[in-house]
Design a protein around this ligand. Structure first.
Ligand SMILES: C[S@@+](CC[C@H](N)C(=O)[O-])C[C@H]1O[C@@H](n2cnc3c(N)ncnc32)[C@H](O)[C@@H]1O
Length: 307
């Protein structure tokens, strides 16, 4: 965990890249959070700060926003978007490491935690890590490049069965075995180190695939979930750090984009000695939001009160 570099004093220079991410389910998220002035709120996936900008308005005066992200590039965008203020704390950390964050701030618990899972649209353009396979670049896919293994390393070392499981379980990819087999064959002659190489290989292993989504979409999603251990991080929040660090009467709001994530959230909120669920069914985007922001089509919001 580390603080982001402090911008130099004076008029803040505009970054070369402006945030393009549109926050999903913004109105619904604010309703679920039920914010009041004076609250301490953790935005565990602050991203470009789309949700946080509205959160800080609702908890002023007297409130405090703690914005976390594993990706320092996103924290720089968040700092620019939210603005510097004494009641805004931005830190490079996983939301699953909330214990350390709160210990450093000498805070026993917080009133609200929001996580808006997955990838920001702003990360898609980053060729250093290859999130957007249409943009291309190095096949890394880690939010925090200091931690864990890159996607190209994973593709170099895992066997056909392990790769099949990743593509099937995290990507719901019906061609998982065929793609895994093609990867293992290909790497015998040359490593797969760029997003373009992998996208081409998946395309070649998916004959006759037609439709709106590129055949590599699910494979890239699966690899990203695997290298960032996204499901493990979510489990830790739901079943360990969240129940301990959200004050009784406090709330946890989760926006997920993957059926496995949503199932974990639903199951965790069934632990009724810990949580009182506020959503029987997940809240989803209106047709208007879906039209304006296609990313919102798979978003599911669930919320619960800590008992
Ligand atoms: C969908 S975006 C959040 C967008 C944000 N709500 C907004 O409105 O701008 C998800 C963000 O979560 C970050 N992230 C993913 N897993 C994380 C984790 N375990 N801990 C902290 N941040 C994480 C990603 O780097 C990304 O910036």
């Amino acid at each position: 965990m580390s603080d982001i570099p402090t911008p130099s004093p004076g008029p803040s220079p505009r970054p070369a890249v402006r945030a393009v991410h549109i926050p999903v389910l913004l109105k619904e998220t604010l309703a679920a959070l039920d914010l009041k002035p004076g609250m301490t709120v953790v935005d565990g996936t602050v991203g470009a700060g789309g949700h946080s900008r509205k959160i800080i308005e609702a908890i002023r005066p007297g409130g405090r926003l703690i914005g976390l992200d594993r990706d320092p590039m996103m924290l720089r965008l968040a700092a620019d978007n939210i603005g510097e203020a004494p009641d805004v704390i931005l830190k490079q950390s996983s939301y699953a490491e909330l214990d350390q964050v709160l210990e450093e701030l000498a805070l026993p618990a917080v009133d609200r935690v929001l996580v808006d899972l997955g990838l920001s649209s702003d990360q898609l353009a980053d060729r250093e890590r290859g999130f957007g396979f249409k943009v291309g670049g190095t096949l890394d896919l880690r939010f925090d490049v200091r931690q864990g293994r890159s996607a190209s390393e994973l593709l170099r070392t895992e066997g056909v069965q392990e790769l099949t499981d990743i593509f099937r379980d995290f990507g719901e990819e019906s061609n998982a075995h065929r793609i895994a087999h093609a990867i293992v064959q290909q790497r015998a002659s040359a490593p797969i180190s760029t997003a373009e190489q992998l996208a081409r290989l998946v395309e070649q292993s998916s004959p006759g695939r037609r439709g709106d989504t590129h055949p590599a979409t699910r494979v890239f999603q699966a690899l990203r979930i695997a290298v960032n251990e996204e499901l493990e991080q979510l489990q830790r929040l739901l079943n360990d750090v969240g129940p301990r660090r959200i004050a009784p009467g406090g709330r946890l709001v989760v926006i997920s984009f993957h059926s496995l994530e949503d199932r974990y959230v639903k199951d965790a909120f069934r632990e009724t000695e810990r949580w009182e669920p506020l959503t029987k069914k997940p809240v989803t985007a209106t047709p208007t939001e879906e039209r304006l922001n296609p990313r919102s089509r798979s978003a599911k919001l669930r919320s619960a009160v800590r008992r």
